[in-house]
Write a protein that binds this ligand. Sequence first.
Ligand code: PLP
Length: 457
Amino acid sequence: MASFDAPLGSSTVPHVTGKLPGPRSAELLARQELRESNARSYPRHLPFAIADAAGSFIRDLDGNVFIDFLAGAGALSLGHNHPELVAKVTEQLGVLTHGLDVPTPAKDAFTHAQLAMLPASMRRRMKIQFCDPSGANAVDAALKLCQTATGRAEVVSFQGAFHGASHAATALTGHVTQPSAAPRVHFFPFSSCGRCPLALAPGTCEINCVSVLERALANPHSGVPLPAAVIMELVQGEGGVIPARGEFARRVRRLTRELGIPLVVDEVQTGCGRTGTWFAFEQYDIEPDVIVASKALSGIGQPVAIVIYDQRLDTWRPAAPAGTFQGNQLAFIAGAESVRIVCRDNILGNVRARGEQVAGRLTELTDHPGVSEVRGRGLMWGIELTPPPGGRPVGELAEEIQARALHNGLIVARGGRDGGVLRLLPPLNVTEQVMDIALDILIEAIRTRTTAHALAA
Ligand code: PLP
């Protein structure tokens, strides 16, 4: 094990020396390449092996310290190893770790905390289903719920959406009493104004993208039967950090309500405070029928996933969505504590303040020719790059920027169309100072690499 002279918790600045990966990281990366599947993803662009982590910082095996603005793909909402969460989890380890779906004090506290975070008007009528622990598991469960309740099979989703990778597994289940969770999916345009799905000229928009869905569902010749559910991210995350327009979301809500279609909001990434409210839908003045949440529920990366839904949909039979890992007590105890800390420390206030800080700093990029759009809500930001001159793929440019930022001590994600969007998912309790250092690194990397591409063209 590497030994370090300073505890990482005291880090306030990143530092990277020499080439990445360093020799000790390179050794593990090489072994990983030999032994693990070709599907491994993050280490291809973030080439280091992690030794330890604290707060907004990660240290690799060679002693390099990075600011971590990927934060477990958004799971580490209170940063790495939040001391109060570590204390709760450590205590719980000696009490109970796994409880199936049997009630326990930890589960009860978690359930109470989650329902208490809903808007007051929704608290009484919503119920919780615990699922196997990934976001994709919860999406599967939400669709099954809506299929069972409506007796319908098909689902409406939106172009650019991402709802997880495990959905197909349910389609392989031969148990005929369970409705298949692999429905026929109809994709409709999302309100992605930077790339208007209808190619409308600026200034002519009347949110016509939602009217495509409205007309299709009203037209018996459209080939789209009444679906079991409409599923929507209010800010498309993996799709490139695209917030839905308010009017778009409200019209989807109005339409689904009129037609009796359950509206599922996928808050796996946007939930637990990421956008500045506990759930993103609160900013849209809508009440969904079903909410899917996972990633940051425990605050410390312990896996747990839930579907919160209107009890009118509760037509499931016992064990309808069964699963071995529905009872992670460590996640429950951490999740209840996480909610307490979020409220006590006004973490949502910090998300909004730091979000304004990001917005303010990134305005210096809005006129930069290498950047086509800067978008975000709270602490979920995307910087869409302009395809470089000379026909090089925009994803390559994004990779170069990501690599330069990493060499200067900042971990950022990528996503969006052709991988051309740089994405920030910092811990929600990130400080103003760390945010400033991170933005300095990011802006320098964008300026340097986009200018180099322009000169080379
Ligand atoms: N839904 C959304 C909106 C997501 O962003 C993700 C993952 O990034 C998922 C679902 C899938 O979550 P998981 O990777 O835990 O299965």
